[in-house]
Design a binder for this molecule. Structure first.
Ligand SMILES: [Fe+2]
Ligand SMILES: [Fe+2]
Length: 270
């Protein structure tokens, strides 16, 4: 389907058993991507979204055909309100006895403030489960990427589809948002992103780079995380903001750009 024909009022398949279930708000400059992983009778939500986005996210989950009681895991790749504000809503609606909230301990000390004290046992430190969630036919491996931007930030790799959920890494501000990144051949050699030689109008690259300069703490943290991501050899990058990167050339280009990005966070302070 041509990218322009995607209907963001409905869930969108990203890979086998993986759906974008975020909320598209054209007036917002920062889009939040929630993802649903469906595996047989079981489902896991990754970075479920803010409290105001809950109704939209849940409607899409239902539209995929997943009942709330099938959700057994909520994964939070860090603890910002844009990705975990809806934890109370999910806990109220999802009745699976095995439902757990998965993150690392350094995130859970903040995530627990979204959960009634009597239910704190639902919070699981990923280290205690071998940094891996095993579903029926696939396994979600979590890999720490410290300080991108939270101390406990991590990425989540689905071995079946080689999709890597990257949290804020590979995110973007997006004044013109599309779910899938679609760079032109000329973009790979262009050096005038703010003044497109093709006069193509909106170029997503400046906002992609600016997002990392403003959100990530320093050059070292970003470059280290990019090296970790390179080592995972993912085929699809699914960030919490901005666009899904799934074409080989786009993926290599974005890795290269972030791998050499300077003036990130405090390193950009004059
Ligand atoms: Fe964040
Ligand atoms: Fe975020």
């Amino acid at each position: 389907m041509p990218l322009g024909n995607l209907n963001y009022d409905h869930p969108i398949r990203v890979a086998e058993g993986i759906y974008w279930v975020g909320v598209h708000e054209p007036e917002e400059k920062l889009h939040c991507n929630a993802y649903l992983v469906v595996d047989g009778e079981q489902a896991v939500v990754i970075d479920s979204g803010s409290r105001p986005s809950f109704a939209g996210v849940m409607m899409k989950i239902l539209e995929v055909g997943v009942h709330p009681d099938q959700i057994t895991g909520l994964i939070y790749q860090h603890y910002d309100p844009d990705l975990c504000g809806s934890i109370p809503n999910f806990l109220d609606l999802c009745g699976h006895p095995g439902l757990r909230i998965y993150s690392f301990a350094s995130n859970n000390i903040f995530l627990q403030h979204y959960v009634e004290r009597s239910r704190h046992s639902l919070l699981v430190d990923l280290e205690s489960v071998g940094e891996r969630l095993t579903l029926q036919t696939r396994s979600l491996q979590t890999v720490p990427t410290p300080y991108t931007h939270a101390a406990g930030s991590f990425v989540t790799f689905d071995d079946l589809t080689r999709t890597l959920f990257t949290g804020d890494l590979f995110g973007s501000f997006s004044s013109q948002w599309n779910l899938f990144l679609d760079l032109n051949e000329e973009c790979f050699t262009c050096t005038e992103y703010r003044n497109c030689p093709r006069h193509a109008g909106y170029c997503p690259i400046p906002e992609f780079l600016e997002f990392h300069r403003r959100v990530m703490p320093c050059n070292k943290a970003l470059h280290r995380a990019v090296d970790i991501v390179k080592g995972l050899a993912a085929e699809i990058l699914a960030p919490q903001h901005g666009s899904v990167i799934r074409r080989t050339k786009d993926l290599a280009f974005c890795l290269a750009q972030l791998g050499k990005l300077q003036d990130v966070g405090v390193d950009g302070l004059k």
